[in-house]
Design a protein around this ligand. Structure first.
Ligand code: ATP
Length: 419
């Protein structure tokens, strides 16, 4: 593709709101005589003619200073900087641009975070995961529009291959194993044969990766349209088991992931985690949560699955809605979504109705209305409200009038027991 075309294509592919800040970044770099490049997945996607999700820029120079200057010159643009990594993000209402100082990364031991130093574009490309992600598009100077491709990523793009840059890549950073499965699924690329061999050999290095980084990569997997395909692949490769023995995934769980999206089009990370932990006992779920450094909400959800699973048999089709609500409402909703996806048929139906409708049901009469009808404040008022709610759930009352009638009966019965 001709040089100018790639930049034109980039501008076309970007959300309109991102074009002005990108132009401002390029102008600033040019006026400071600094070289700035589009790098990583954005170049890959541009060459593949796929929509570009992120814009990643690498500067041979101080990216933080550049990002700050640009943010000041534009309205409604927020700048966040991460001095440890030499990265900055410019964000507006409808766009996000990441600018990083070109860097060298060295790994002192497997699984450790790399030490980072400013470097050249070549250094920056050499630290990347796969050849197809190790290309750069020059945005400034005479080279504007030209691609730097030291590892022949373009040939791999054509052959639809994921190839690591060197033999120690997975040992240096085993999260690349998770990334390989994700890109493989997203792009329909195969692993190049040596890459596959090294991946299988080094899969145990996942044990050394801290929970926080695994959780971040899992979160990226959950954002893909069919995370189950990636998880199945990772399970076949022994990667999930290497992360933690309680992590397993098979075709029936994959099916449950698909069923989940039939009833919830955009499941949260917490829901996916609960479903991933579906078969875990409570102690196993605790170990799983610790290993993945889950936050409090996620931990509560995965720890609840064992108790929710225990309700599977109880939740037959005959159980009344009010009883379903009573049984399921104590649990985090993510664990109930897992039941609605992975449970036996009748429990799935009951859980799904609970999640979509029953948990939101409220009687028309509230406490004030009952007090106005002569109720006496105290435990009996709460009891009457619960009874009204159950009656509404079970279809015993259908209108406000019905509720008032039932409320009067309850209040009269209460008055009788008091006398
Ligand atoms: P995309 O490649 O589509 O941007 P993504 O959303 O996963 O996918 P990031 O995780 O933000 O993107 O990574 C952006 C780029 O940074 C990648 O294209 C890759 O070049 C590089 N990168 C990210 N993580 C690693 C890693 N663990 N090892 C090497 N390179 C990485």
């Amino acid at each position: 593709m001709a040089k100018a075309n790639l930049i034109d294509n980039l501008n076309r592919a970007l959300p309109a709101a991102a074009r002005k800040p990108l132009a401002a970044i390029v102008r600033d770099a040019q006026s400071e005589a600094l070289a700035i490049y589009l790098v990583g997945g954005s170049v890959r996607d541009l060459l593949l003619d796929r929509p570009t999700l992120d814009v990643d820029l690498t500067l041979e120079g101080d990216a933080l200073a550049l990002a700050r200057r640009v943010a000041i010159s534009l309205e409604d643009v927020r700048c966040t900087v991460h001095p440890t990594f030499g990265t900055a993000t410019l964000k507006g209402a409808d766009f996000r641009l990441d600018v990083a100082t070109a860097r060298v990364e060295t790994y002192e031991r497997p699984g450790a975070l790399p030490s980072v130093h400013p470097g050249s574009l070549q250094d920056d490309l050499f630290r990347r995961d796969f050849t197809v992600n190790a290309m750069a598009l020059a945005m400034t100077g005479d080279q504007r529009g030209a691609i730097t491709d030291p590892f022949d990523g373009r040939s791999d793009l054509e052959a639809r291959l994921l190839r690591v840059l060197h033999e120690a890549s997975f040992k240096d950073d085993a999260t690349r194993i998770l990334r390989a499965a994700r890109y493989g699924s997203r792009l329909s690329f195969r692993l190049e044969s040596n890459t596959m061999r090294w991946l299988r050999r080094d899969v145990t290095y996942l044990k050394a990766i801290c929970g926080h980084r695994i959780r971040e990569e899992l979160a990226r997997i959950f954002q893909e349209p069919q995370p189950e395909r990636i998880l199945l692949r990772l399970s076949e490769l022994g990667a999930l088991q290497a992360i933690h023995p309680t992590l397993s995934f098979d075709s029936s769980r994959a099916e449950a992931f698909g069923k989940l999206r039939e009833i919830h089009p955009t499941p949260s990370r917490t829901i996916y985690l609960a479903l991933l932990a579906w078969e875990a006992s409570r102690p196993e779920a605790t170990a799983f949560a610790t290993r993945l450094a889950l936050n409090k909400r996620e931990t509560e959800a995965v720890r609840a699955v064992a108790a929710v699973r225990a309700l599977e048999r109880t939740l037959s089709a005959e159980v009344r809605p009010s009883r379903v609500v009573e049984l399921l409402s104590p649990f985090p909703s993510a664990a109930v979504w897992a039941l609605a996806a992975a449970g036996r048929e009748s429990a799935r139906v009951q859980a799904s109705r609970y999640l979509h409708r029953w948990r939101y049901v409220k009687p028309s009469l509230d406490g004030h209305a009952l007090l106005a009808m002569g109720a006496i404040p105290g435990p009996q008022l709460g009891q009457a409200l619960r009874r009204l709610k159950a009656a509404k759930l079970d279809g015993e009352v259908r209108s406000r009038r019905d509720e008032e009638k039932l409320a009067r009966e309850l209040l009269n019965a209460g008055a009788r027991t008091r006398t």
